[in-house]
Design a protein around this ligand. Sequence first.
Ligand code: 5AD
Length: 363
Amino acid sequence: MRGLWEKIASGGELGREEVAALLSLTDKDDLERLYAAAYRVKLAEAGPFVYLRGLVEISNVCSKDCYYCGIRRGNRGVSRFELDKEEILSCVRWAYERGYGSTVLQAGERSDAAYVDFIDDIVREIQKDCGGEFGVTLSLGEQTEETYRRWLEAGANRYLLRIETSNPDLYAKLHPPDHGFEARLACLDSLRRLGYQVGTGVMSGLPFQTVEDLAGDIMFFKERDIDMIGMGPYIVHDDTPLAAAKPDFEPESQLEIGLKMIAATRLALRDVNIASTTALQALSADGRELGLLAGGNVVMPNLTATEHRSDYQLYRGKPNVADDAESSELALRRSVEAIGETVAFGHRGDSPHFIKRMSDGRD
Ligand code: 5AD
């Protein structure tokens, strides 16, 4: 380990085995050292700032049936909703007026023509209402390259599509047979080719998942030159097939593996944006702050109207179900300031990695 800590201190490039060694740490002092090292890299690469993305969960209607997800098609217990245009635009305007740099529109997966048109229209309206340069991130699943192109031309500039796991065998255990790993890779390729700022991510602490899988995930982000990472610990949802696979679910160990993934990703990739995600907060009241102190630099406050929040339960105990956007924001600002960071209002917060690859002319 001594050589590895020295390599980290001097900013050396980490390989798969070294990343696996970091993810295997369990000693409390070692973990503190890992998080502190990652936080130093975050400060050097992205400054003492936290960027906000106003998250709008626009619909929980989903054509997919992922074994881990609470809003999977097969879950009959969910009451399905779809926000209308005005509901979505008023959430986004609220975020813009407050100085949020960007918004994330997220939904279950749909790809029919009416829906593609609907999103196209919404994105155009957002750019019209929000100055034309607003950060618009879509997180709307697998689509054709043509659809991605249309949404980009409408004014979207970032896309989040988690790979969930980079191990195809594990992917096959978590999804029905018609949810192909290769199809998802092809989507990431399309997004990259089209010029989006590309985000992906995984769940950590999944049933059947090994430390080698997780190290492979981080190498996958690196090999694919990813700009933004959104990942979080897996949390059981009781009404899903995967709930049966891991009855002895432990919040502490899920939180720990989630934080180790953020820290190791920061150390291996350095200049990417990394979200400190809601799943961390679901496991511990201060999970989001811990994620920032382990190398995260982005938070995604939920702007969805409270009446719909309870219907967007991806997993057990998703937090803030009862809080409105205003009080959540106040709590967030206080907690960010308490750890000595500043919320970067009025900035888009593009991924430093993306900015560099654009100015290098690599694409
Ligand atoms: N636990 C944690 N994250 C989950 N997601 C879906 N279900 C769960 C769960 N049970 C994540 C997936 C998906 C994102 C929208 O939410 O990674 O890509």
